[in-house]
Write a protein that binds this ligand. Sequence first.
Ligand code: ADP
Length: 191
Amino acid sequence: MAGNGKAALVVLAGPAGVGKSTVVSRLRAEVPGLYFSVSMTTRSPRPGEVDGRDYFFVSPEDFQERIDAGEMLEWAEIHGGLQRSGTPRRPVEEAREAGRPVLVEVDLAGARSIREVEPNAHLLFLAPPSWEILVERLTGRGTETEAQVKRRLETARVEMDAQGEFDQVVVNDDVDKAVEAIARALTASGN
Ligand code: ADP
């Protein structure tokens, strides 16, 4: 690795249904040393959730202190402002300094925020082969209601229009090829 020797920080975004969870689980199994960023949240753990593995669970006061201290790479209010969640900076930094590539999965707003505070982050947009295929995957998954699908597709339009802001667009046509392209970005130098 050249320059400051830090491992890469790859920020993955893309519309719901494009295949993010699918490629993330493959990358976690296949990229040696990969750190998949754990989000921090003010909501309570659900049964079976483990602090530090599923989320870092913190109080609203603690979360606010971290925002004030510049310790969040990105964060957002969820559920109409009742809760907050985001990406803590420190675990990401520690992993990169230890030579472990970092993958963060965020939405468009999250990707934009990370760009602001980490100019050397590699922003990667996972795109569907076509709009029709995105609609098929989203409905074919069968995990959301018709109203939810409609809402996700409205958001997807906005996200698709923003792909020009990303450093790299990977089309998720063949999963193996998409995984390979993202793995390459992860194992490149982080400078
Ligand atoms: P996301 O996490 O982006 O919402 P998912 O990983 O849940 O998307 O994928 C949505 C659906 O598309 C799932 O049913 C998944 O199996 C399927 N899928 C993902 N990648 C591909 C691909 N390259 N070709 C065909 N189907 C795919």
